[in-house]
Design a binder for this molecule. Sequence first.
Ligand code: AMP
Length: 395
Amino acid sequence: MKTLNDFNFENKKALIRVDFNVPLNDAFEVTDATRIVSAKPTIIKILEDGGSCVLMSHLGRPKGVQDKFSLRHIVNKVEDILGVEVKFVSDCIGQDAEDASKNLKPGEILLLENLRFYPEETAGDVNFAEALSKLGDIYVNDAFGTAHRAHASTTIIAQFFPAHKCFGHLLAQEIDSIKKVMETGEKPVLAVLGGAKVSSKITIIENILDKVDHLIIGGGMTFTFIKAQGGSIGDSICEDDKMELALDIMKQAKAKNVQIHLPVDVVAANAFSNDADTEIMDVTQIPDGWQGLDAGPKSIANFHDVVMQSKTILWNGPLGVFEMERFSEGTIALGNSIAEATKNGAFSLVGGGDSVAAVKQFGFEHKVSYVSTGGGAMLESLEGKTLPGIAAILE
Ligand code: AMP
């Protein structure tokens, strides 16, 4: 696996695919700069080597050229974060871009205009990728968030740098973290899968049964498993057409010696609302008119014990409807348990969608070992897929 450390960037131009797809408010101010901050180590290493950086990214989903999706809006923010002046060119290919790249001196940074102003980017067009490739000597992919897409700048472009391509620090870290959980993790390995639906996690569950010793299933997924085993779940969220699959997963887990832990009690509510009446109930005895919206105290205690025994922990998906304060306790308690296990030496990876939002919202971000920057890319990795953006560098 080639990384930045395999190259000396002195007098070289690094063409870096970053993920600067950051949220902007109505005044075009960056409201969450995490992705820019995450790219900093790669950029600084190249500048310190005596190289220069040509940064390319997409922003939003523009239809053709639309000023509101222009990357010029973020130039100041990128400068603030990197502490270096950032030049900007209002096209990502063509003569202007080539001139701007040619004039770049060691220590300088150039940001290209939004790649997705060209439909060829998402179409994975080879000619567009070749035009981009003229802007640098070494191709660096540091955009995990788009590594599951075979786009021109994330995948197709790599063929124009057969011996001069590598992963940036961020992407290398993402790959290492996934590997630590899926391949080389110290046992016992635990996966906590929560969230709303079995159907969106099924491929992950099936892939992960070969890698883990314990599997905690929580959140809305719980009820498909409980109903399938004959429990009464009232009005709780359930996918009836996945009940057989749930039983099959339980069987597979037994055969593979994986212990599945489901909630035993829940915080049930008489409406899907923060103002509803609530009661702690046995997960198998929820009457009609009530629905389980969070893990109950016994479940939280059980999960704590499992987490504390584990040396490697993957967390994907909340244990309840954490967006509503009264159903956030299970998710917060789990975060606390994982933070404590991490402090005691366990490796913990949080990844994929809503669990990242929960971890940030409740302040666990720096108490776990690694928080993934990629939603879809993380989910596909956990499903066991080889991401095209990663494969293109390895080839
Ligand atoms: P996912 O994107 O699959 O990780 O699902 C996250 C969503 O699952 C969050 O928006 C939660 O509110 C929701 N969720 C978690 N637990 C439950 C539950 N018991 N009932 C309904 N929705 C839930």
